[in-house]
Write a protein that binds this ligand. Structure first.
Ligand code: GDP
Length: 367
């Protein structure tokens, strides 16, 4: 009977095996009276306003169009989730065109961190990802930080050519474009077309900047591996940092576990006592316990002590990701959309448990 179950929203046959496939629902959600698939869950809860392209191939083809022109490519990247908001192969797809990186959401970073160090870090990680940017500007599109500087650098670097603004969904591209329009004095104009549902507006938005040239706002590409895929909007506010993060440090002994609400479990399996510093939303509840008690606590307390989510049935089961850090340099364990844990002052063996379909990355420490 379960095989025949259909999504109440779109009628697709439901399945519980492949979180990336169509019709996926977490097994636990099958016991509900009304079942909707993940895609419908998204559409129902997130009226993403940015134009998005769902198909990676089609998206990459659009990028390749840029490669055939002379232009400045402006890549908006989310500093809070840098690798995750990176467009894979961007340099190859956009030809030899110069790439300017706007590293957005700098307002989330503690003020104590030197902006110059952050910038150097961006250069380093970009290089590892195969790009030597012509410039990096740290911005906060939302707070309007460094928008005039970004506008000026774009003007200098474009050398009279068109400008293509690219970025993955949620990097803050629309917010930036609107901030840029205000900078150009276009306040009040409905320049960036928005649509209530993802995937309906695929045409690039063109903003004239004189002499027949344009700033072209390319559609974003949707990512599937972020926490926001699974957390309801009301609770998403509690897990997404909204302002400057106050890091929370824990001295852990091996055999200790941290729970991030009912979303992520972080086990320090083996290694000498060392600090783990968490950069997540200030309001996200972190619970420390013994590893040997972690299974039981999870079973008993998720949705109770371990929240969000208050209703854990919408989440896929946790999947374990095993890491060994050498301790030679500090590294961050990144959970896209949630934040990161800075670790690695000594060798450490870790198990990081996240809902299936969510990715976990290791990167050189940003802080
Ligand atoms: P797009 O999909 O790339 O067009 O991204 P949006 O402009 O819609 O922004 C995605 C999310 O990031 C929204 O919730 C914004 O409020 C948030 N956001 C955008 N810019 C900033 C920023 O500079 N700082 C912070 N903290 N959040 C931002």
């Amino acid at each position: 009977q379960q095989e025949k179950a259909q999504c109440e929203g779109c009628g697709v046959s439901l399945q519980t095996e492949d979180p990336k496939g169509s019709g996926y629902v977490p097994p636990s959600a099958l016991t509900r009276e009304r079942i909707i698939c993940q895609r419908c869950f998204r559409i129902r809860h997130y009226n993403d306003v940015a134009p998005v392209e769902h198909h990676a191939d089609a998206y990459m083809n659009r990028l390749t169009e840029i490669g055939g022109k002379k232009a400045l490519v402006v890549q908006v990247v989310d500093l809070f989730d840098f690798a995750g908001s990176w467009i894979p192969g961007i340099q190859r797809h956009t030809g030899g065109n110069p790439i300017l990186i706007l590293a957005n959401k700098v307002d989330l970073f503690p003020r104590s961190i030197k902006r110059q160090k952050l910038k150097e870090w961006v250069y380093r990680v970009a290089k590892e990802l195969g790009v030597k940017p012509v410039d990096v500007v740290l911005i906060s599109a939302e707070k309007g930080e460094r928008i005039p500087e970004a506008a000026q650098v774009i003007e200098e670097r474009r050398r009279g050519q068109d400008v293509y603004v690219v970025g993955t969904a949620n990097a803050g591209k629309s917010t930036f474009i609107n901030a840029l329009l205000r900078e150009y004095g276009a306040e009040g104009e409905e320049a960036v077309t928005t649509s209530p549902y993802p995937g309906t507006t695929l045409d690039a938005v063109r903003i004239p900047i004189g002499e027949g040239k344009h700033i072209v706002d390319m559609p974003g590409i949707v990512r599937q591996d972020r926490m926001s895929e699974w957390v309801a909007p009301a609770e998403l506010k509690a897990v997404t940092p909204q302002k400057e993060m106050k890091p929370k440090g824990y001295q852990l002994n091996e055999g200790q576990t941290l729970f991030f609400g009912g979303l992520v479990r972080f086990d320090f399996r083996e290694g000498s006592r060392q600090p783990f510093v968490c950069y997540v939303a200030n309001s996200l509840y972190i619970h420390r316990t013994k590893l040997e008690k972690a299974d039981e606590l999870w079973e008993k307390q998720r949705g109770e002590l371990l929240v969000p989510p208050a209703d854990p049935s919408q989440l896929p089961p946790l999947k374990r990701h095993r890491f060994s850090l050498s301790g030679r340099e500090k590294e961050d364990v990144v959970i896209p959309g949630l934040g990161w844990v800075s670790c690695g002052t000594a060798p450490a063996h870790l198990d990081v448990w996240v809902p299936e379909g969510i990715s976990v990355q290791i990167r050189p420490a940003v802080i």
